[in-house]
Design a binder for this molecule. Structure first.
Ligand SMILES: Nc1nc2c(c(=O)[nH]1)N[C@H]1C(S)=C(S)[C@@H](COP(=O)(O)O)O[C@H]1N2
Ligand SMILES: [Mo]
Length: 402
């Protein structure tokens, strides 16, 4: 088996957030990479996913069978690392333990493949009630375990409306190696850590997956757990993180940017970013901006998805798990009022009524950070000081397809 990168140095990278908000659907080549081990090159023609555990028929599913023997579905869903925005938590609150992600450990893509519910039905699930489905990739060692694994509730997997899927395609093309070729589990509304890539085993079982990344990581520890040593005796008391909170970030202007009034059209500053709903409560229905520390809020425009297009498809809201791209045109007076110490904040509201809040509790691993989107340190000047003029930033026509 050819492995790319290594256990010691896995591939972890994110695009600049300004790049990310240029399109509603993120290209596979732009999407962040998060790995706890090397990337395994799998031959799709000889790969099988084994489905076992509490089922009447153990199945060995080839990629051809997953594509041809089951109805194919598509879902638009954001994929977000639980550590997205960790940089803000560690710099604004307190040092945390984890990769220093900025705001780009998230993407929004179309995923295609058969529903797990259909595959489970074919195998015949033999247990009911409180049970789990575990997803594993046994192809390579990881940094803290011999394999990568996750699990979610059996009830969610059996519900076709939750759209848990054995994804073969990303944005209409077969998955590439970075994102889990030839098959990964896609579970809209659930943190990225559970979306096991290079899937080779699905097990219906009574307990959660006992993989390291399910039991000793990706959990929100209480704030009094301040060291790894303390965490050791505490992991088992906290449930795995299975949902991400409402969120929004400002993609531009960038922190400490110098804004030349001469360059602005009508003296208006364009502020833009993305927003994500809480778990299954999407889509985001409102994004607001404040320049007075939250005393007053003004509504931004959600560029995509357009409210008029948010329709139900087969009884499932098409954009329920997607992100929203928004922008706000700050009027000339407000723009002129911006000082070096002004903070521009963003906050989002989703269809389920979840409103983003400003005061966030610190946790050791820095997961699930969702304080207000914020940019500060801006300097607004009348004229360009230097000769080299930068073009005014305006969002290009938003491209909807990747
Ligand atoms: N097999 C395997 N699956 C995995 C991981 C991994 O390291 N190995 N990382 C997980 C984490 S933490 C995240 S955030 C997402 C990242 O998916 P991406 O690399 O396609 O963006 O994959 C998840 N699935
Ligand atoms: Mo992650």
């Amino acid at each position: 088996m050819l492995l790319e990168y290594s256990v010691e140095k896995p591939l972890n990278r994110e695009p600049p957030v300004e790049e990310l908000v240029k399109s509603f659907i993120t290209k596979a080549s732009t999407a962040y990479d998060r790995n706890h081990g090397p990337l395994p090159h799998i031959n799709a023609d000889s790969h099988y996913v084994r489905l076992d555990g509490a089922v009447s028929n153990v199945l060995e599913l080839s990629i051809a069978s997953l594509r041809n023997d089951f109805k194919q579905y598509e879902v638009i869903s954001a994929l977000q690392c639980a550590g997205n925005r960790r940089h803000t938590m560690r710099t604004e609150l307190k040092e945390v333990d984890g990769i220093d992600w900025n705001d780009g450990a998230v993407c929004n893509c179309t995923w295609g493949g058969p529903l797990l519910a259909d595959v489970l039905t074919k195998a015949g699930v033999t247990i009911e009630g409180d049970a789990h489905v575990a997803f594993s990739c046994m192809q390579t060692d990881c940094q803290e375990d011999r394999y990568y694994g996750s699990s979610i509730s059996l009830a969610r997997c059996m519900d076709p409306k939750s759209r848990v899927m054995l994804a073969l395609d990303m944005n209409g093309s077969p998955l590439n190696i970075n994102h889990g070729a030839p098959v990964r589990i896609v579970m809209p509304g659930i943190p990225g850590a559970r979306w096991t890539k290079w899937l080779d085993r699905i097990t219906v079982q009574r307990q959660e997956s006992n993989n390291f990344y399910m039991q000793h990581d990706y959990k929100i520890l209480p704030p009094f757990i301040e060291t790894r040593a303390q965490a050791k005796s505490y992991w088992h008391l906290v449930p795995p993180l299975q949902s991400m909170p409402i969120n929004s970030v400002i993609a531009y202007p960038a922190r400490n940017e110098v804004i030349k009034l001469d360059n602005l059209i009508n003296g208006e500053l364009e502020v833009a970013g993305y927003a994500l709903p809480d778990g299954d409560s999407g889509p985001v229905v409102k994004v607001e901006i404040s320049i007075d520390q939250g005393k007053s809020w003004k509504e931004a425009k959600i560029m995509y998805p357009d409210a008029a297009e948010v329709a139900e498809d087969d009884g499932v809201d098409k954009y329920k798990w997607g992100w929203s791209i928004w922008k706000y045109r700050m009027n000339a007076d407000d723009t002129r009022r911006i000082k070096k110490d002004t903070k521009i904040w963003s906050r989002a509201l989703d269809r389920g009524g979840n409103l983003q809040k400003g005061d966030i509790e610190w946790n050791l691993r820095g997961v699930g950070y969702n304080g207000y989107g914020e940019v500060k340190g801006l300097e607004v000047i009348d004229h360009a000081i230097s000769e080299c003029e930068e073009p005014t930033r305006r969002m290009a026509e938003l491209s909807v397809s990747a």
